[in-house]
Design a binder for this molecule. Structure first.
Ligand SMILES: [Zn+2]
Length: 118
């Protein structure tokens, strides 16, 4: 289980953004590739515990999954991986794994900034 440290990092990034704007975090949008090795449910679980008492308390965590894609070595086409198959649907060539599906990053942080006008 390595979701703990990355969740701490996500909270740190979001809290920094909140501190800059003197606001609080309402939502965090995360991009999580299916091949990233991170499990959304675990991140959510850690987030609920670790965000307690920070500017992220009560924030929603949105996870955007990315399906892995392969690139055909013959025609260069990108296609979604199917179970137990690396065959290109266009030409029947062999597909090789790409970086698509290995993403893991904070896409953006939604903040609620208090009205500074009196
Ligand atoms: Zn092909």
């Amino acid at each position: 289980m390595h979701e703990g440290p990355v969740t701490e990092e996500i909270i740190r990034i979001a809290c920094e953004a909140a501190a800059e704007q003197k606001g609080r975090v309402t939502a965090i949008n995360l991009v999580v590739g299916e091949d990233s090795g991170f499990i959304g449910e675990s991140i959510q679980m850690y987030f609920d515990v670790l965000s307690e008492g920070t500017a992220c308390t009560g924030a929603r965590l949105h996870l955007e999954g990315v399906k892995p894609k392969l690139r055909c070595t013959r025609c260069g086409q990108l296609f979604y991986r199917r179970p137990f198959s690396f065959t290109c649907p266009a030409c029947g060539g062999d597909g090789r794994p790409t970086e698509i599906g290995k993403e893991f990053y904070v896409k953006n942080v939604e903040l609620e900034v208090p009205d500074t006008c009196i």
